[in-house]
Design a binder for this molecule. Structure first.
Ligand SMILES: [Fe+2]
Ligand SMILES: [Fe+2]
Length: 337
């Protein structure tokens, strides 16, 4: 049940500010931002030997199209907007680069430092970051402070527990043949993911799964799909999950995935840097707040979009969604909610 979330409705005072905001339920709420696909790097001056593989296609795409679409001034406006709202955690669901060159990883690392301190930022890779096979030490190692225990050799998924929420970051990024942008989690990662979801579920945490590729079948063209989406869906039916956040489509979308405890929202955001030359593709991001209502949990989503006339992000829409499951009082207390 995919639905567009691009409603033009300016709610200038709708977005939550900083931590400690009192929700409508009268409980403390924890606010986080979800952004994706900034494609923030430049390929200006790239050397020919760096392009003797699939990267040549990516470079041509950047020259013809992407460098006019993904703009630094939009990302500057995004950073200013985040400064205004000060979410305690900023989640980035991949595609920070264009063709995953080591110099792009360094450029992206500098941008991540501007986005926030490592304890305020969580990042997972997208297919553009793993464009071709490349050594970890020359690429993802530059993002080490933002990748938590993955950097210590445990591999994905990574886990960040904060304020009663378990943010679980999976990696669907893998090199693919030319003209393909598919993603894959793989058996080993799926097994670790099942263990993490079960463990954090038993601990009474609200589980938020981050993944670059949309997990819903038919959410994107076949050549860009998540190859093991069925295996992931079956796993999530077994373990449960409360919320799934993804990128890759460069569109704001809202769907749901069936779990034993009820439907879990599946939310996608547009590219964080897009000027929007194509309809429905203009830059946006989400500010989210999980609130406690007795044993139930709800998600407030404040959709922020780039306004090219005002050259700033503005409120577009506010949504409230039910999260599946019920949470016992002690768990809710532990959640600080
Ligand atoms: Fe992307
Ligand atoms: Fe992508």
């Amino acid at each position: 049940m995919k639905a567009d979330m691009g409603v033009n409705m300016d709610l200038p005072h709708a977005a939550p500010h900083a931590s400690g905001h009192k929700s409508g339920a009268g409980s403390e709420a924890f606010c986080f931002a979800h952004l994706s696909d900034p494609h923030l790097t430049s390929l200006q001056g790239v050397r020919c030997p760096d392009l003797l593989n699939k990267r040549l296609l990516g470079y041509l795409s950047w020259r013809w199209r992407r460098r006019r679409e993904h703009r630094g001034e939009v990302l500057e406006a995004l950073l200013a907007d985040l400064d205004r709202h000060r979410p305690r955690l900023r989640l980035v669901t991949g595609d920070l680069t264009h063709v995953g060159l080591p110099r792009e990883f360094m450029e992206a690392a500098a941008w991540l430092r501007r986005l926030g301190a490592p304890e305020e930022v969580l990042v997972i890779p997208g297919n553009h970051d793993s464009y071709v096979r490349a050594p970890w030490d020359r690429t993802y190692a530059h993002w080490r402070p933002y990748l938590d225990e993955v950097a210590d050799g445990n591999g994905f998924p990574l886990l960040r527990r904060q304020d009663g929420v378990a943010f679980i970051g999976a990696s669907s990024a893998c090199p693919t043949p030319p003209f393909f942008a598919t993603g894959r989690l793989g058996r080993a990662q799926l097994a670790r993911l099942e263990g993490l979801l079960a463990e954090t579920g038993r601990a009474g945490l609200v589980r938020v799964l981050l993944i670059h590729h949309p997990p819903l079948p038919g959410a994107i063209a076949w050549r860009k799909r998540l190859v093991d989406a069925r295996a992931l869906a079956a796993l999530l039916r077994r373990t449960g999950v409360e919320l799934i956040l993804h990128g890759h489509t460069h569109r704001a979308t809202c769907g749901e995935l069936v779990t034993a405890a009820g439907p879990a929202p599946v939310l996608g955001v547009p590219s964080a840097s897009a000027l929007g030359h194509k309809p429905g593709r203009r830059a946006g991001y989400h500010l989210c707040r999980i609130t406690a209502h007795g044993a139930a949990r709800r998600l407030e989503v404040f959709v922020r979009g780039y306004d090219p006339v005002r050259r700033q992000f503005v409120a577009l829409e506010r949504r409230e969604l039910a999260l599946p499951g019920s949470f016992s009082a002690p768990a809710a207390a532990a959640a600080g909610q």
